[in-house]
Structures are given as C-alpha cells and as structure tokens.
Design a protein around this ligand. Structure first.
Ligand code: TXA
Ligand code: MG
Length: 344
C-alpha cells in the first residue's frame, strides 16, 4: 500500500484523515506526547489492524482518544468524581485515565478488560480529526512493538511506510514521553505510568496516589499486572543499556574505565566534554528536564543499531518530569543500574 503523507498545516488534512478513520483505515497522528497509530476504536477490524501493524501482543489494551472531556461519558460508565476533577485540571493534556468501560467498546480494544484507558490529547489537529471522524480513536504509540516510541513523523515513516494508510505530520512532539496513566477504578488512585503530568501534580489535585510496582521495578512477563503493557521489554535499543548513576565526575571516570570501541554514551549536553573519544550522544540538557523528555526517544532510536556494543546512559534524578524520564530509561536498561560512587 502507498502511505499518504499529510501535513497538519494543509487545509483539508483533518477531513482527509478523518475519512480514512471512518472507513476503518490506519492513520498515524501527532500528539503532545508521542505519535500514535490511530484507528476507529469502536471497529474491531480496524483495531485488529493496529495490533498487526505494530506486532503488538493481543493482551495489551489500547488507549481511546477523545476530542473533548465530556466524551468520556460515551465510552465509560460509573465514572468516579475524581475523573471529572482530573479532566478539569489536566485535559486536554498528557494524562490517561483508566475507567470502567461501557458496552459500546469492543473487547479487542480493551483486551477483554472491564476498564478502558481514555485520553483527551493537547493537539488541535488530532482533536479535529477525532471530532470529524465521529468516533473515539484507539491509538498506541506508533513504534513497532518493543521499540522506542515515535516522536516525529519521520520515526513513524521508518517503522510503517507502505504498511499504513496515512501519516499526519504535526512536527516533533513537545513532551516526548507517553502520557501519565492513572487507574481510577479502585478505592485509591493508582499511578500505572509516569509522564508529563507529574506525581506531584496528581497528589495536589487528588490528595492521594498509590505508585504501582510496575513503575519502579522489572515485572515478570508472566505476572498479572494492572497495565499489561508494563511487563514487556520496552523502549529499548537492540544492545544492552546500563545506567551509570552518581556525580558527573565519578560517572565519567567509571564510563571511561569501562568504555570499549563500539560502545556509546548517552548523556546530558553539559557532559559532552567529559566523553571526548567515547562517541557521546546528548539527549537534552540536565538543567532543562523538558529537553530530556523531548529528546529521549529520538536518541534511543538513533542508538538502536546492531553495530553498537553497549550503551552507558546518564539519567536525571528527582521528581516531576524527571520521574518519567527515569522510568523510560530504566525500562530501556531493564533496570540495570550501576552506582559510580561505589563501583570501581
Ligand atoms: O501518550 C500516550 O499515551 C500515547 C499517545 C499516542 O496518546 N499512547 C500510548 O499508548 O502510549 P501505548 O499503547 O503505547 O501505551 C498504553 C499503555 C499500555 O501500557 C497499556 O497496557 C495501558 O496503557 N493500558 C491501556 N488500557 C488499559 C487499561 N484498561 N488498564 C490498564 N492499562 C491500560
Ligand atoms: Mg507504547
């Protein structure tokens, strides 16, 4: 198939993309977080096409994207008041809520769960496309399953050219890591995936938050987890990644001692001079955590190269958006972390 390339600035872009969605096709869409691979979330066959294009395991449910907060009533039931509170505070924006699903949403979309993940993205062209298509759009991150997420239309072209109907180019994604996911179906709100809406912001609005263990530790692939996607190896280049924690100087000394030709160093802009001769790649500036989240996946994709031996990665510390960056990098490293303050 020939993939149609649309620019978000083209007049008629939204109508063309919406027409493809309405007839059951696949359209890659920009959002503020990452590009999604979209289809009519109420159409089983269209949703099956997403799983096939990504090579996604069937037990991993999809997020439904809506054009306006009040549309959650069309796909959910028994919505708790906390959902309205969060929608008012953070939608449109990088927040996904897990809520009780109603009978309209096919099992293929929810992977048979009695809940559905819902998000209203902060991206005007994509909200226009959802509105004009008249249905909620199911969209996982547009990367091939297991690979780093797509934050530009070029990343999507690389993974899906000739295999999907269209790609809407809305420029690079502002946030760069996927949305924060909060499960609101238990007594206490539970963070399933950190993202652009920080734990601190959620606690401020909700007064309470449980951090799911899948956020902080490696989950066995046979484990029963609340966010099925959390147990799969994720975001990862082909070669092993190790996070080197500790001060700038100690980390550089450790990495320079262990570096072998063919290895790469994924570091902060401020650290580039410390890694002369070690083929460093900066993904953003440590003093600007938003640049780190925006640049992380493009860097991990660049490092997804079979000729690379090993990647030594530097990870920001602290809360806020840094918490989401840590989560993605730790997953890319399969939680392999050395502390340069202690290791020789
Ligand atoms: O920022 C984002 O959320 C992007 C953009 C495109 O919106 N989408 C995204 O989708 O990251 P995906 O499929 O790559 O990640 C969705 C995660 C998966 O880990 C999945 O298991 C989880 O959400 N999920 C989906 N439905 C769920 C549900 N009902 N209960 C718990 N987790 C769910
Ligand atoms: Mg994904």
């Amino acid at each position: 198939m020939q993939t149609l390339y649309l620019s978000a600035d083209d007049p008629g872009c939204a109508e063309t993309a919406a027409a493809i969605i309405r007839r059951g096709g696949l359209v890659a869409l920009p959002t503020e977080t990452v590009y999604g691979l979209g289809a009519n979330g109420l159409n089983e066959a269209a949703v099956a096409g997403i799983f096939e294009a990504k090579g996604r395991p069937q037990d991993n449910p999809l997020i439904l994207h809506i054009a306006a907060p009040e549309e959650m009533n069309t796909i959910c039931q028994n919505i708790p008041s906390s959902a309205y509170t969060l929608a008012k505070a953070f939608w449109p924006g990088p927040l996904t809520m897990v809520l009780p699903v109603n009978g309209l949403v096919p099992k293929r979309t929810t992977a048979g769960l009695d809940t559905v993940a819902v998000r209203c993205p902060d991206c005007a062209i994509t909200r226009d496309i959802i509105r004009l298509s008249g249905v909620p759009i199911a969209a996982p991150s547009a990367n091939l399953s297991g690979k780093p997420s797509t934050t530009t239309a070029e990343h999507v072209r690389h993974d899906h050219d000739g295999k999907i109907d269209a790609i809407v180019d809305g420029g690079p994604c502002r946030v760069g890591v996927e949305s924060t996911i909060v499960d609101l179906t238990e007594d206490r709100p539970r963070l399933l995936r950190p993202g652009g809406i920080t734990p601190e912001q959620l606690v401020e609005v909700l007064g309470d938050l449980v951090i799911d263990k899948a956020v902080t530790a490696q989950i066995d692939k046979d484990a029963v987890v609340r966010a099925p996607g959390m147990k799969y190896r994720h975001y990862a280049p082909q070669e092993p990644v190790v996070i080197v924690a500790g001060s700038r100087e100690k980390a550089a000394a450790y990495i320079r001692r262990h570096y072998a030709p063919g290895d790469r160093v994924l570091c902060f802009q401020e650290e580039l001079p410390l890694y002369d001769g070690c083929n460093p790649l900066a993904y953003g500036a440590e003093e600007d955590v938003n640049s780190l989240s925006a640049g992380l996946f493009a860097a991990l994709r660049e490092l997804d190269d079979p000729s690379i031996g090993q990647v030594y990665a530097r990870c920001p510390t602290g809360g806020g958006v840094a918490y989401a960056v840590q989560n993605r990098l730790k997953k890319a490293a399969a939680f392999h972390i050395v502390n340069a303050e202690e290791e020789a």
